[in-house]
Ligand binder design. Structure first.
Ligand code: KIV
Length: 291
């Protein structure tokens, strides 16, 4: 049985911190799910993290569906939230309904996430009224990187902070079951969190949010060239993987791998069929047989 959106809301009421992590494929979804993480986000960050784009802008619905399906197959307990990619929900409420519906019907996730506050509220309302749980996302909204002129902390001026409070309120009023706050000052995240009934989930938004989300590859240290201030490294998998791959390559080159332990044996020559053509094979096997 998967976690429900009601359970996520209860966590806020009970003062229980909400843990969310991204996953983009079957094996990582399994690990994250088995570690007891209740919310898995198949973020469009997959465009940068696993597809090598320099922003999330090129990510398509087909990309999202491909990865959401794998994560759903790999998880049993977590609520899987699928990101609506750039331009899949901005054009019209109708397009948003069609695309969000696809993420649930074809992808198998249980909720969608979209970016934007007041500007996205009507869409959120329509999705929720159609039975699609929505997670909002305000602050630094990476799909708008070109409009924002880069990845910058948002809400630092009083005017911008008030706008973000209004954005959060608009999303909550429209029925969002939770709201991601990305890269905003910790004190502003605290104010928003205290004002909202809907849980807030922060990334680069300080410790006062109801929950936290991180990009799995950042916290595992899988990309040595990328270390955002808000991401704490809990492992250095880049080092571990490089060491393992280097050792494998050296062992293949030197002939240490594969050894007899990693090789398969053959039936004993005596048990080979009596046909004449098997005779030469019988002799080859005898010659090659390990002592
Ligand atoms: O795409 C993503 O991974 C996200 C998180 C950073 C919140 O939106």
């Amino acid at each position: 049985m998967r976690i429900t959106i009601d359970r996520v809301k209860q966590m806020k009421q009970a003062g229980e911190k909400i843990v969310m992590l991204t996953a983009y494929d079957y094996p990582t979804a399994r690990l994250v799910d088995q570690a007891g993480v209740p919310l898995i986000l198949v973020g469009d960050s997959l465009g940068m993290v696993v597809l090598g784009y320099d922003s999330t802008v090129p990510v398509t619905m087909e990309d999202m569906l491909h990865h959401i399906k794998a994560v759903v197959r790999g998880s049993q307990h977590a609520l899987v939230v699928g990101d609506l990619p750039f331009m899949s929900y901005q054009v019209s409420v109708e397009t948003a309904l069609v695309n969000a519906g696809r993420l649930l019907q074809e992808g198998g996730c249980q909720a969608v996430k979209l970016e934007g506050g007041e500007r996205s509220a009507a869409t959120v309302r329509a999705l929720v009224e159609s039975g699609i749980p929505v997670m909002g996302h305000i602050g630094l909204t990476p799909q708008s990187v070109n409009q924002l002129s880069g990845y910058r902390v948002q809400g630092k001026t009083p005017r911008a902070a008030v706008q973000l409070i209004n954005d959060a309120r608009a999303l909550a009023d429209a029925g969002a079951f939770a709201i991601v706050l990305e890269s905003i000052p910790a004190v502003l995240a605290k104010v928003i969190t205290e004002k909202m009934e809907a849980p807030t989930i922060g990334i680069g938004a300080g410790p006062f949010c109801d929950g936290q989300v991180q990009v799995l590859h950042d916290m595992l240290g899988l990309n040595p060239d990328f270390a955002p201030r808000h991401a704490k490294r809990y492992a250095n998998l880049a080092e571990t993987v490089t060491a393992a791959v280097t050792r494998y390559a050296a062992e293949v080159r030197s002939g240490v791998f594969p050894s007899a332990k990693e090789s398969y044996g053959m039936d004993r020559p005596a048990s080979l069929p009596p046909e004449p053509e098997a005779e030469s094979l019988r002799q080859d096997v005898r010659k090659c047989s390990a002592p």
